[in-house]
Design a binder for this molecule. Structure first.
Ligand code: ZN
Length: 267
């Protein structure tokens, strides 16, 4: 069954939108993942997870959205950032457009850690404007089956590490050039700013990983990646089911908007 927005024809699209009511929106980034991995890793992998999940729990999958928050990697070739206000404005318009095409529920599936705070702020801002659709947010790799995977040989890591290298090897075979990973492993956080105890700075990530690569990438393999994609897709299909079944949040949203309107009328 076709589930990818860009692969659907009008009759299939309308049927899926009418029967399932859910569109899922994978969001990644364009950024350096060391010297051995492609810039588009986050969007490619999260989109693959979404397509697999939609094969189990039907819904429409929007194409990968590349333009997340990645200011911390502006110093590297391959990174694309928009101004902060434009990032929010375009993303809001995108949700409106998806809804205008017949979807009552939109599930944002985040595949890039640097988007987390941006997306949480964006979700809170949805309370400011009355719309006829409901937005949900989940992280592609936060589910039980993914977290229970017992296949990783190196502890810790994250960005461009054993796990992420494996994920892209399985999602886009041939895109990893392992010989180009020449950093001594394991790549541990540097913590040059550790004197700033309990103080947050936008350069915390750059401080720890100035080459935008972590952990032990050389332990990555396509087999591990296949297992991880499959676990993440299982987890995500359960989230999609939960979103489909949910009637409480849409009703609460209506009640909330009614109270906002009533407050304005009483001022
Ligand atoms: Zn990544």
């Amino acid at each position: 069954m076709q589930v990818r927005w860009e692969h659907l024809t009008p009759p299939e699209f309308k049927k899926l939108a009418r029967e399932e009511q859910v569109c899922i929106l994978p969001i990644g980034s364009l950024e350096r993942h060391g010297d051995h991995m492609p810039f588009g890793t986050d969007g490619i992998v999260v989109h693959d997870v979404c397509v697999r999940a939609a094969g189990k729990e039907p819904c429409v999958v929007f194409p990968p959205y590349w333009f997340g928050q990645v200011h911390e990697a502006s110093c590297f070739a391959g990174t694309i950032n928009f101004p902060t206000d434009l990032t929010c404005t375009i993303f809001q318009h995108l949700l409106d457009e998806i809804a205008r095409n017949g979807f009552k529920k939109i599930l944002i599936v985040n595949g890039h850690g640097g988007n987390t705070n941006f997306l949480q702020y964006f979700m809170m801002s949805q309370a400011d404007r009355e719309v006829d659709y409901t937005v949900y947010l989940t992280f592609a790799y936060g589910g039980d089956k993914f977290k229970a995977l017992d296949i990783w040989e190196a502890p810790g890591g994250g960005h461009a590490d054993e796990c992420e290298t494996s994920l892209i090897m399985a999602a886009a075979p041939g895109t990893v050039i392992m010989e180009q990973q020449t950093q001594p492993e394991p790549i541990l956080p540097k913590h040059d700013l550790s004197h700033l105890n309990r103080i947050y700075t936008g350069l915390w990530w750059y401080d720890n990983y100035p080459e935008n690569v972590t952990g032990t990438p050389s332990l990555g393999s396509e087999e591990k990646g296949e297992a991880a994609l499959s676990a993440a897709a299982e987890d995500l299909s359960e989230v999609i089911r939960t979103v489909k079944d949910d009637t409480v949040l849409p009703a609460m949203q209506k009640e909330f908007y009614a109270r906002v309107r009533a407050k304005k009328e009483n001022v």
